[in-house]
Ligand binder design. Structure first.
Ligand SMILES: Nc1ncnc2c1ncn2[C@@H]1O[C@H](COP(=O)(O)OP(=O)(O)OP(=O)(O)O)[C@@H](O)[C@H]1O
Length: 563
């Protein structure tokens, strides 16, 4: 009672609070005010501060108390601050011994999932560092735990700067997500016991199954408005002789019993309709949760680890970082790009979050979130399931499986996406370099990843630069590729090649705008003029003179030199 709210028999595990603190519900429980079946064992026990009952406290071994600042039931982590210092400063490994409540969460995680196969054990290191490092966001000092200059690091915090530090201790094989240190407190995560997610998804609560002592770690769903043992009426009653009677046979039933039966039936239908309403509500809540997840959200690094299941599923490697698959919730898969620590000064990150984060375009991947947690940065994108175009371009077999019509559609989609970005002038967009890159992409689509082509048999030259070779070939009005089929495909290939060659013109001013590129790709290949030699730095004026200021069909716009 008091600060914790009324607790009666049926509502014994009802969510509780200490003052304005975070909601306390399964797997956490309020020790001294709730039976232990309300939580998932002693490791999850919380208490309200004894004097004011305003603070939510968690027991940390060897510390006096941790003050809980938040509990995130969706991403399943708890953050807390220390109210006083650890007592055993010289034996750090004791933090991780088996009596730790947080480690007991993690044992559960390890029992019930395959994370352990994913190799999620980390070594933690404690370093003594020069005090000049103290201000660096790269290092997370251990509050209360260390003497000045002692830092706790996990394996991926090790940076060249640490060469100035002396290693004090190694705490081996700690589950990576077991304890996570953030500048503003400590975070521990847990994995829910099996079955609890389903309870919450249907608007119910979760608790330990107290009726089966052999399965004491099993959970059950319950509804605080309805004791789990109550059964809906069947619509029929039995007389003491055993024959079945309809409740409508009122003349044979005493009026009190009839009234009671009517009440039970009415209650049942009222309950059923409120239950169905609740289910609808849960559906709406889930939709809103997913919808919220589709707006760029800031995540902590611990959340990114959780979302990607500790970086279990690598999708690929790019110039700026490594990309992992993850899930925001059951229905929302994402791709998280963990940015390299040492590339860039932050401008690219700001540009990406500030621009792509506000963009909704069918041809531009959506940014659903980002992480800037100290120097750890990540970008969270919607997951694109159809594999990278790169893989299709580099394999003739895969390319053939797509077909040239599809490749043309893809090229047009990309061009429209870039054109959209150019028109809105989102952030720092380098128009002419983008056009050049797009042109190279088109030529790669035509010729595969090969930059050079072996043309020994043709003219005794060992290798020539592919774009140059294809330009010369096109210029001689030859067919552009031996493997190319006649007909529609040949036309598409010729179109992609001509547009590509226009885009890679030596002088940026000679390159078309993306708007023009889109028009060219949408138009007929026969209306396209042959581009000047992209590799000549001397033909700029002559070409322009020869072709006038309209390099393409008369329908297309003029590109000004200053563009
Ligand atoms: N949203 C996504 N959905 C699915 N897979 C993705 C997604 N984003 C990236 N990937 C995968 O990760 C790989 C690396 O992507 P990333 O964007 O980092 O590199 P990139 O395309 O080479 O470009 P850059 O490093 O220049 O930005 C891609 O090739 C792709 O396989």
């Amino acid at each position: 009672a008091g600060a914790y709210g009324h607790v009666d028999q049926d509502d014994e595990c009802k969510p509780a609070k200490c003052g304005q603190g975070p909601e306390i519900r399964f797997p956490f429980w309020l020790k001294d005010h709730q039976p232990d079946r309300c939580g998932y064992g002693p490791g999850f026990a919380l208490t309200c501060s004894p004097t004011t009952a305003n603070e939510t406290l968690v027991d940390i071994p060897f510390s006096v108390k941790g003050v809980v600042t938040s509990i995130d039931y969706l991403f399943r982590y708890i953050t807390y601050e220390f109210s006083s210092c650890f007592q055993h400063q010289n034996n750090l490994s004791l933090i991780f011994n088996s009596t730790s409540p947080f480690l007991s969460f993690e044992y559960m995680l390890y029992d019930s999932s395959d994370y352990v196969q994913g190799g999620t054990l980390c070594d933690y290191y404690v370093f003594s560092c020069p005090s000049s490092l103290a201000d660096s966001s790269d290092y997370v000092p251990l509050p209360c735990l260390s003497r000045p200059g002692h830092y706790l690091m996990d394996w991926d915090y090790i940076t060249p700067n640490l060469l100035n530090c002396t290693k004090m201790y190694t705490i081996p094989s700690v589950p990576c997500i077991c304890i996570w240190h953030l500048p503003d407190g400590h975070t521990a995560s847990w994995d829910e016991p099996r079955g609890c997610r389903e309870c919450e998804a249907t608007g119910k609560y979760c608790r330990l199954n107290s009726t089966n002592s052999s399965k004491k770690h099993e959970t059950e769903c319950y509804d605080i408005h309805k004791p789990p043992t109550a059964k809906p009426p069947t619509g029929e009653t039995k007389s003491k002789h055993g024959e079945t009677k309809s409740p409508l046979v009122t003349d044979l039933v005493p009026p009190g019993i009839f009234l009671f039966a009517v009440l039970v039936i009415a209650t049942y239908f009222a309950y059923r309709s409120s239950y169905l309403k609740k289910e609808d509500q849960v559906k709406v809540e889930r939709f809103l949760e997913n919808y919220r997840a589709l707006k760029p959200t800031r995540y902590t690094y611990a959340e990114i680890k959780k979302i990607t299941q500790n970086f279990k599923d690598k999708l690929g490697q790019g110039g700026y970082g490594t990309v992992y698959k993850g899930e925001l919730s059951i229905d929302v898969p994402i791709a998280a790009k963990i940015l390299n620590n040492f590339t860039g000064n932050g401008d690219d990150f700001i540009n990406e979050v500030g621009t792509i984060g506000t963009i909704h375009h069918i041809n531009v991947v959506r940014l659903v979130g980002y992480c800037a947690d100290g120097y750890k940065k990540a970008l969270v994108y919607e997951y694109l399931p159809n594999d990278s175009l790169d893989k299709f371009i580099s394999s003739d077999h895969k390319k053939a499986s797509l077909g040239w019509e599809k490749l043309q559609d893809i090229a047009l989609g990309i061009a429209k996406g870039i054109e959209y970005l150019h028109q809105g002038n989102f952030g720092n967009v380098s128009h002419k370099s983008d056009v050049y890159s797009f042109g190279m992409l088109l030529l790669e689509m035509v010729g595969g990843r090969k930059k050079n082509i072996d043309v020994r048999e043709e003219n005794n030259t060992e290798e020539v630069y592919f774009p140059e070779w294809i330009y010369n070939r096109l210029n001689r009005e030859e067919s552009n590729d031996n493997e190319v089929e006649e007909g529609g495909d040949a036309k598409i290939i010729k179109k992609l090649t001509i547009v590509g060659l226009w885009c890679i013109q030596w002088y940026p001013g000679d390159r078309p705008s993306m708007k023009t590129v889109v028009q060219m790709l949408e138009g007929d290949e026969e209306t396209l003029a042959m581009p000047p030699n992209p590799f000549s730095t001397t033909n700029q004026k002559t070409t322009r003179g020869k072709m006038g200021e309209r390099p393409f069909s008369s329908m297309l716009e003029i590109i000004s030199e200053s563009d």
